[in-house]
Design a protein around this ligand. Sequence first.
Ligand code: NAP
Ligand code: MG
Length: 501
Amino acid sequence: MCAVATEAVIDSRVQQFLNTPGKLLIDGRWVHAASGQTFAVLNPADGSTLAHVAAGEKEDIDRAVRAARDAFERGPWHTMQPAVRAKLLWRLADLIDEHADELAQLESLDNGKPLSIAKIADVSLASEQFRYYAGWTTKILGDTIPIGVPFLPDAQFHAFSLREPIGVVGQIIPWNFPLLMAAWKLAPALAAGCTVVLKPAEQTPLSALRLGELICEAGFPNGAVNIVTGFGETAGAALSAHPGIDKIAFTGSTEVGKLIVQAAAKDLKKVTLELGGKSPNVVFADADMASAIGGAASAIFFNHGQCCCAGSRLYIEQSIFDRVIEGVADEAKKIKIGPGMAAGTQMGPLVSDEQLARVTGYIEAGFAEGAEAVCGGKRHGAKGYFVEPTVLIKTNAKMKVVQEEIFGPVVTAMPFKDLDEIAAVANDTVYGLAAGIWTQDISKAHRLAKQLRAGTVWVNCYNVFDAAMPFGGYKQSGWGREMGFQALNNYLETKSVCVQL
Ligand code: NAP
Ligand code: MG
């Protein structure tokens, strides 16, 4: 690992944005929290304060939900012509692209990820979400349904279904891809005609607030999107329990996901959850070695391992185990660690001191249970929240590091014998978000893909996303799917209309 030095100059608009205390977006206006309280947003590269934002609480959530309800009842968001709604979503996508440099800087400063990645991955995938769902607004169709009643043989009916927006939606998002997670949530909900109250993560609220400004600039009706920054235990809990919300959509840890379900149970609001993962990445001896090694490394080290779908359990066919481990460790050692804003940085800090403690704590727990580090294994430097990319061997299925989500740049590697054994081993987890397979044998790939209990299976690739391809979890990785038609469907009710002729 090499340290990198020079940091990009912060854009003057970004600096101005950081200098202005963040407010809440409620009913199209930027307002202070009712309590007047703010909290500091930190730069994970050095722990310094980047900005202050409003600490929204229950009273602010109440105000935001009222605004979203008014906007839903009075329109014009869901009563607007679908093509006009599409134009607004498309306009927002264009504004995101026009402000890509600025958004990427905010994301890099706030989350710690490399500036180049923030721009090519986070920002561009976010604008694509809005474009993709802009296309759906004009294609939300019901069915005509041929029906008959056995005891009314002469009666004729005209029956059909309508797809209607579910109503007011609460959305709670995590800190690993702050802007992109906001886009994953907002785009399908808005395309469906719902109005929204969005709560960003306390660690990374900045890009969502800038997105809120772009939403206002694009010309969305007041109250269609409301953004309340604040803490999970206060703002988040108030939102998930709020009786004025018809549906709650959550991305975050499985632990908090369970709290969301309990809160939503009181009034049976609809719930979708995108939760944690412990995804297996399986390398067979007949794989193209260069792609498999590069793919295994990026599957875990991309975004510093702070990906719900990170390929964190690496299973390597016995005969090539040493070769693959050596290759992945070489890749890890080459990664340039530094502040996200520094030129050439390939891996930035983890998002917070809490995550630093969590990830290094897991590594220590691995060592205590007998794991060995081929590379990495500790904190990097003394300032900021950096952790070395780490490859652990001598691990087994019972270890904490193999069972629990670490959410950092730490992969556990284990050898396996053959295809018959690997599906059960890969599925030995409470999670089921994603999996990877590396082989040149197409039938082997398809056989294993069918056996894996995971929402996405990547073959000879990893971390490939498209707004059209559904993503989400089996088992404790969640309920429902993001992206594709399936995500839109999460925000629609079906009404059957039956007319006797
Ligand atoms: P987290 O602690 O569960 O937080 C996620 C969000 O929930 C934050 O906005 C948080 O607010 C809020 N929250 C916390 N406690 C709450 C409560 N009692 N009621 C309502 N909301 C509450 O997760 P995280 O550490 O930020 O994110 C990492 C996790 O997200 C990992 O487990 C990862 O796998 C998962 N993730 C999953 C996906 C997916 O698509 N499946 C995608 C990305 C991440 P504060 O931050 O303000 O406290
Ligand atoms: Mg931050």
